[in-house]
Structures are given as structure tokens and as C-alpha cells.
Design a protein around this ligand. Structure first.
Ligand SMILES: C[S@@+](CC[C@H](N)C(=O)[O-])C[C@H]1O[C@@H](n2cnc3c(N)ncnc32)[C@H](O)[C@@H]1O
Length: 275
């Protein structure tokens, strides 16, 4: 079998043209060759039997709707490759907007930042890499904390990112100059209607907040004034249609809403507030 035949057969099996990039990524990782190498040698026979077995195993997972990031064990986020496993949410492009906004506000100051629901560490790691922030990366799920620790070590950030097991806020009453969070914000119904690739593979605790969807956002906002320094900022990723409710929670908590950043689909996505 030629590499080109393998590729064509995989696409026929998937019946989804948009999977072609994923199939290329599987070839790349299974045979340890670059994409350009694959295209150069596409008319050569596949001789790597172990690679072929790996490819077929991974393709079966892809065809069963498993996210490519879990199959590869990694996901690119804000220009860096983070380790992921089914214990953590696959970092999303929308969250890059939160990182971008936080970096703008942090500037070159060595500020203390709390990341609530750190998961893989996508936000914590990127903030530490691209600013002088000292980050407390708080996470409730033990299996997610293990992935978070691996990513902290992978980027040599043990001095700048502190992983912490906890429920929403650290137990000690320390205050931060910035709190960031991409909390679970799906309602129970959103979760039930989520695509199979999400519902069957990603951790429910990372996505579903409760019957309404804004439960975690409400708790974070209510607790934030007691954990932010005066003038400190709160940056939250929110779901479609949640902006109004979130503005109400901010008012009730006495926090001033500064800005709401829209994502590339025009949806209100990142809310910035100040203590
Ligand atoms: C939407 S994911 C975000 C993960 C990561 N920050 C990102 O942006 O890719 C939400 C994370 O919050 C964690 N989480 C859920 N409830 C929590 C709670 N009460 N306290 C701390 N973490 C929580 C989940 O385990 C999950 O890792």
C-alpha cells in the first residue's frame, strides 16, 4: 500500500472532508514524519509496519469521534503545544482571547494572578510564559491537576505557576491583583445537546455548571471582591447569551464592568471587570 492510498482510504472511511487535516496529523504522528515529508513520499509504499498499526488504531479512535487532541495527547494553544488527556478540557481558541486580554492588562508588572479551574494549565502557563505574572492555578479535579503539573514542568515554570487543589478559591484568604477563569458554563440542556465528540469524551465537570449554566460564574463573581486587591481585575470567559446575567452578577457584587470582548463569531465572550 502507498502512503497516498492509505490517506485516501482513511478519508473514504471518515466521509468527512474536514477530517483530512486530522488524518494528516495522524500520519505525521504515527509514522514520525513531517507533513511535507508525507506529501513528498506519498507514492512510496508504506514499509513501517509498527507505524501502520499505530495509524490504524488512532484512525479508529478518530472515526469514533474522539477529539484529535486526546489521540495525539497534545493541543496547540496560543502558539505553544500543551499536553492534554481526557482528564482535561481541550483548550479552545476562544480562550486565547482571554489570554490576550489578560496579557494586555498585566503588562510587565510581576502581578499575582489566580486562575480558577486551570485544567491543562492553558491560561496559567501562557500567562506565566508571556508576562511576569506569578500564577496560582487552582483546580478541583485531581486527574486534571496531574496534567496541569506536567505542563508546568514541561515549560519549566515551577517557580512561577503554583498548582493548587481547591474548590473555586484558595482556602487561605490571600488576595490577587487579577483573577482569571474559564469556568464550566454550559447548562444541563447544552450538555445534553453537545456534539458527541464533546459529550462522549470531554470531562463533564469542565463544561457543565448546573441546570442554568451560569452557576459557576455567579459564585466566582460573588467571591471575587473578597479575593481581589482594590483596583484588581476579574476576567471571565462566558457562554453565548450569558452577558446580561453576568453583568447583573457583577453589579450585585459591586464590581465595575469595564469591557466585553467578542469572539470571531461576534459572540460576547470575555468579560473584564474591576474591583
Ligand atoms: C472550561 S474548563 C477550563 C480549563 C482551562 N482553564 C482552559 O481554559 O482550557 C473548567 C475547569 O474548571 C474545573 N472546575 C470545575 N468546577 C470547579 C470548582 N468548583 N473549583 C475549581 N475548579 C473547577 C474543571 O475541572 C475544569 O478543569
Amino acid at each position: 500500500m502507498l502512503y497516498s492510498e492509505l490517506f485516501a482510504a482513511a478519508l473514504r472511511a471518515s466521509r468527512k472532508r474536514e477530517l483530512s487535516t486530522a488524518v494528516e496529523a495522524l500520519i505525521e504522528s504515527s509514522f514520525a514524519i513531517s507533513r511535507s515529508r508525507f506529501w513528498i513520499q506519498k507514492n512510496q509504499p508504506v514499509r513501517d509496519a509498527a507505524g501502520l498499526r499505530r495509524f490504524r488504531r488512532r484512525l479508529r479512535r478518530l472515526l469514533a469521534d474522539e477529539p484529535l487532541a486526546y489521540i495525539l495527547g497534545a493541543k496547540e494553544f496560543y502558539g505553544e503545544l500543551l499536553l492534554v488527556s481526557p482528564a482535561v478540557l481541550v483548550p479552545r481558541p476562544e480562550t486565547e482571547l482571554l489570554v490576550e486580554k489578560a496579557l494586555q492588562l498585566l503588562g510587565r508588572e510581576p502581578l499575582r494572578v489566580l486562575d480558577i479551574g486551570a485544567g491543562s494549565g492553558a491560561i496559567s502557563v501562557l500567562l506565566a510564559l508571556r508576562s511576569r505574572a506569578e500564577v496560582t492555578a487552582l483546580e478541583k479535579s485531581r486527574p486534571a491537576l496531574a496534567v496541569l503539573r506536567k505542563n508546568i514542568a514541561r515549560f519549566g515554570l515551577q517557580e512561577r505557576v503554583r498548582p493548587l487543589a481547591g474548590d473555586l478559591f484558595p482556602r487561605r484568604g490571600e488576595r490577587f491583583q487579577m483573577i482569571v477563569s474559564n469556568p464550566p458554563y454550559l447548562s444541563r440542556r447544552d450538555w445534553r445537546n453537545a456534539p458527541a465528540t464533546v459529550r462522549l469524551f470531554e470531562p463533564r465537570v469542565a463544561l457543565e455548571a448546573g441546570p442554568v449554566g451560569t452557576e459557576a460564574l455567579a459564585k466566582i463573581i460573588a467571591g471575587a471582591p473578597g479575593r481581589l486587591e482594590p483596583g484588581g481585575r476579574l476576567l471571565l470567559e462566558i457562554g453565548r447569551g450569558q452577558h446580561r446575567a453576568v453583568s447583573g452578577f457583577l453589579r450585585a457584587a459591586g464590581l465595575r464592568e469595564r469591557e466585553c470582548v467578542r469572539d470571531y463569531a461576534g459572540i460576547d465572550r470575555v468579560v473584564v471587570a474591576q474591583n
